[in-house]
Ligand binder design. Structure first.
Ligand code: MRU
Length: 352
């Protein structure tokens, strides 16, 4: 994606340093954040400097490569195993993280020649990032065909360029439709508690000159009833063997509402998000985040200084599951880089 006329990926490796768009500063300022070692990269994933399934996956692959670059012959095995554990412990739900870390690790764990291991780790991490970008471009090409002129599309959270290495998943078809001169309007769920919709998706859409409006999370049903939304596309953090899909909290209720209102609900995701070993959505680990994200709103003041505002009473507690699972029966189709498939066991198995 281009920002101020320059093409950026969301995350990339320069020598031993991982560079990433500093997402918590958006939409107020666009800055690049650097991590010097695998622990710093793992921390950036944990604290959501980088977030979104594909971007987390690419960052995790790069973190694993950093670990191999840092390891010495004397501590190799222990060093990369510690790295594997540390990176995997950052965020539990997005399948892309486990896919990327395991893919790098499996190729270097038994390598005796350290120089070879370093090259393989860096090449593999870069391949994972390139594949993520290619898959999202292809998702755009396939998904664009679902979009008609004058469509009004609802999306939830941020499954755009910022959530991947480039292009995005749910937003990639929308960007291509607009480039192909289709008139498209996007309803953006604000996506409490971290507001990835209001902060990131609206910023991306404005940057790409796509007409959009942010709506409160609880307003989607109102606009559906009024006939203002005729298509829903969201991303996914993990799709399991039977098609059940984990995505940002609030996705499930949008899918149920879409079904009630006769609106097609699509998931867009690369095949690296599919966890074929897990049978049903009940077994997806759901991240529980800090209650402060619910009890406060985070933003900037009129002078662009970071600030937070408490909403709930001081003595209030909060629960903060970061994802929910949409049962396959609500999903009209999954837009992958290999085709648009039904959300069922057989269609998913056929992809592999
Ligand atoms: O917690 P995040 O911001 O990393 O959540 C991931 C998401 O942005 C969404 O769930 C998204 O729709 C799937 S990731 C492309």
């Amino acid at each position: 994606m281009k920002v101020n006329g320059k093409h950026y990926r969301t995350v990339w490796l320069e020598g031993k340093i991982v560079k990433m768009v500093n997402q918590p500063l958006l939409p107020h300022s666009f800055k690049i954040y650097s991590t010097n070692n695998y622990r710093e990269t793992a921390n950036a994933i944990r604290t959501m400097v980088v977030r979104g399934a594909g971007a987390i996956g690419a960052s995790a692959g790069f973190a694993m490569a950093q670990a191999v670059l840092e390891a010495k012959e004397t501590n190799y095995k222990k060093y990369i195993e510690d790295a594997l554990k540390t990176i995997k412990a950052t965020r539990p739900t997005a399948q892309n993280l486990f896919y990327a870390v395991d893919r790098v690790y499996s190729l270097i764990k038994d390598e005796k020649n350290l120089a070879v291991a370093k090259k393989v780790a860096v090449d593999t991490a870069n391949t994972i990032a390139n594949e993520d970008s290619d898959a999202c471009r292809r998702i755009g090409e396939l998904g664009e065909k679902l979009i008609k002129d004058n469509d009004s599309i609802l999306t939830h959270c941020n499954a755009g360029w910022l959530a991947f290495v480039d292009y995005g998943s749910a937003l990639s078809p929308i960007y291509l439709a607009v480039r192909n001169k289709k008139r498209v309007f996007v309803y953006v769920d604000e996506t409490r508690p971290r507001c990835q919709g209001a902060k990131l998706t609206s910023w991306e859409l404005n940057n790409e000159k796509v007409a959009n409006t942010v709506i409160a999370d609880n307003a989607a049903g109102f606009f559906m009833q009024q006939g203002k939304i005729n298509l829903v596309i969201t991303g996914a953090d993990r799709i399991v063997a039977n098609g059940d899909t984990a995505n940002k909290i609030g996705t499930y209720e949008k899918a149920v509402l879409a079904k009630e209102n006769g609106i097609p609900f699509y998931i867009a995701a690369p095949t690296s998000t599919i966890d074929i070993k897990t049978k049903s959505g009940k077994d997806i680990p759901i991240e529980e985040r800090d209650e402060g994200e619910v009890l406060y709103m985070f933003g900037v003041d009129d002078k662009d200084r970071k600030c937070r505002v408490r909403i709930a009473p001081k003595q209030s507690k909060a629960k903060n599951p970061a994802f929910d699972v949409t049962p396959a029966k609500y999903i009209k189709g999954i837009i992958t880089e290999k085709g648009i498939i039904k959300a069922d066991d057989e269609s998913i198995k056929n992809l592999f």
